[in-house]
Design a protein around this ligand. Structure first.
Ligand SMILES: [Zn+2]
Length: 116
């Protein structure tokens, strides 16, 4: 379950942000997760609930937005977006080269933290 270490670092970011802003409570946390990440939002929330117990972030709601993965085509030099890896093999939309490099898609970002 690799959601645990990820949730731990999210929780640290949230608590640091809350402390810096003298927040009484954290209401919600918006995350962006790359399309190729297999992080499960249910598990993120479950671990977050556990890790944030007794802190100002207790009961904060996590919302997860998927963002497309970005590949760079080594054939024509053009970047392109992919929403999922459901099909086998990624090819450039323009030149159909399969010589492509993943630029982003597995990362996660804390976009917004709502506090009171
Ligand atoms: Zn191409």
């Amino acid at each position: 379950m690799h959601e645990l270490p990820v949730t731990q670092s999210i929780c640290e970011i949230v608590l640091r942000h809350a402390a810096a802003h003298d927040a009484k409570r954290v209401l919600s946390v918006s995350l962006e997760v790359g399309a190729l990440s297999d992080l499960q939002p249910e598990w993120l929330q479950r671990y977050f609930d556990h890790l944030s117990r007794g802190t100002v972030a207790e009961q904060a709601r996590l919302s997860v937005d998927r963002v497309p993965a970005v590949f760079h085509c080594n054939g024509c030099g053009r970047p392109f977006e992919v929403n999922s890896l459901l099909h086998d093999g990624i090819a450039c939309e323009r030149c159909h080269s399969e010589n492509v490099t993943l630029q982003s898609g597995r990362e996660y970002t804390v976009k917004r933290i709502e506090v009171i």
